[in-house]
Design a protein around this ligand. Sequence first.
Ligand code: HEM
Ligand code: SF4
Length: 512
Amino acid sequence: MSTTQSQKPASLNKFEKIKAEKDGLDVKDELEKFAQIGWEAMEKSDLEHRLKWVGVFYRPVTPGKFMLRMRTPSGILSSDQLRVLAEIVQRYGTDGSADITTRQNIQLRGVRLEDIPDIFRRLDEVEMTSMQSGMDNVRNITGSPVAGIDGSELIDTRELVQKVQDMITNNGEGNYAFTNLPRKFNIAIEGGRDNSVHAEINDIAFVPAYKNGELGFNVLVGGFFSAKRCEGAIPLNAWVPPNDDVVDLCRAILSVFRDNGARANRQKSRLMWLIDELGMDKFRSMVEQEFGRTLEIAAEKDEIDWEKRDCIGVNKQKQPSLNYVGLHVPVGRLYAQDMFDLARLAEVYGSCEVRLTVEQNVIIPNILDDNLQDFLTEPLLEKFAISPQPLERALVSCTGSQFCNFALVETKNRASMLAKQLDAELEIPNPVRIHWTGCPNSCGQPQVADIGLMGTKVRKDGKMVEGVDLYMGGKVGKDAQLGTCVHKGIPCDELNTVLSRILIESFAAKPK
Ligand code: HEM
Ligand code: SF4
């Protein structure tokens, strides 16, 4: 690996040292051994860090009950895959559950290390992988959740998303070429008009654009959030056709990042910091060199010109007589029975397929007109509504203190309860997107929300209590922009009053 920066070993951060000692991917061959000796006997750096390379997360809040982060390219799961995931969490009783994440992904809870070898065999049988899903790896690759079924779609990106994942993970086997990036990395490929993937918050985003009448992608780079800095992605000034060039360009950008990104300070190691350091022209020419051929300059404009859709409810597909139905999953939480039920619905009414959205919801595609009425009477739709109340509908939440050691507050339950209360108290004309995140790491993306709530500790009546910093102004879809913090340190028990006022003043809500 060549490095253009001065990187004396002494300047490497703690995580770089761990990676230099032993590649994270090496634990793949030790899983049987770990299962036998038990997690308590494992070396700390394997347990707490390297296991993340295969998607296994030690959770200090629930020691011994691991989180397993899958990869679900474009958020697409077959009913067989979903059933296997359901069986995995089912065996953990009340400890077992799953969360749909804001990267169209799924995380399983309560997993025991001794079961991992068996779990991985079963995932293999249904062609699923959790490879390279955590730490300094490329996260789940997102695409439009209605790719291939959306009447207004420009490019069906499903195959491309899968190919990029296969390149990065060596078809799920693990790929040492990309297991030691300076930091995590996000890629999104949008094929529709509504920026369903939040292109602006990805390290690489492909957005549809016409060049000389040909449809392809403009490329954006460097978008990221962190506790200290948030940046929207900026143009690479490149256009690629919707073919293997997309895969090659991802490989080229990842290689430039791997070989040149900063490895001293983890606060300054995401891709945008490298772009800042090199300047866009230099960065682009290094990428071009890796790409091995001339990069075409970007098309003048992209085709993102719609407001973002949430896909909830019954929607016509581009295929005649077929519909996709978006079900609202409150704060993305699923239990084994929910997953079995969803798999069954997809088999009985659809095409044995389920899709996940970055709003933490589920879509069942390919339901015939003639079967719709029966589908809509299914009991599961009482839990996962097709026309939820305006606040519940657009609610997003990170994990919070139930499972995450970084959390400063409990998020999911509080988010749900508060949305329910406010929906009951107020008449709200349109959905308002409220995003909860348990700490400044911003996994719940408060910066893209109409109202973002970031967990913090607040002093109230001489005591430290759970509170939030409040963000506003995030805009998604066309002309996406990031919101900013407008109010710091609101105790959670005052949130009903504060949010009620904001909803009335800024979102045309009226008391019922
Ligand atoms: C130093 C910064 C960060 C740390 C330490 C961190 C840590 C974590 C942890 C521990 C989890 C799993 C929690 C659980 O469910 O048990 C998680 C999940 C997640 N985080 Fe972060 N996070 C950071 C920054 C971010 C940022 C900036 C984003 C993007 C806005 C983000 C997006 C996500 C997402 C989408 C998930 C769900 C898993 C997935 O789909 O990949 N995180 N993060
Ligand atoms: S935002 Fe904080 S609390 Fe929420 S999942 Fe990320 S690290 Fe955990």
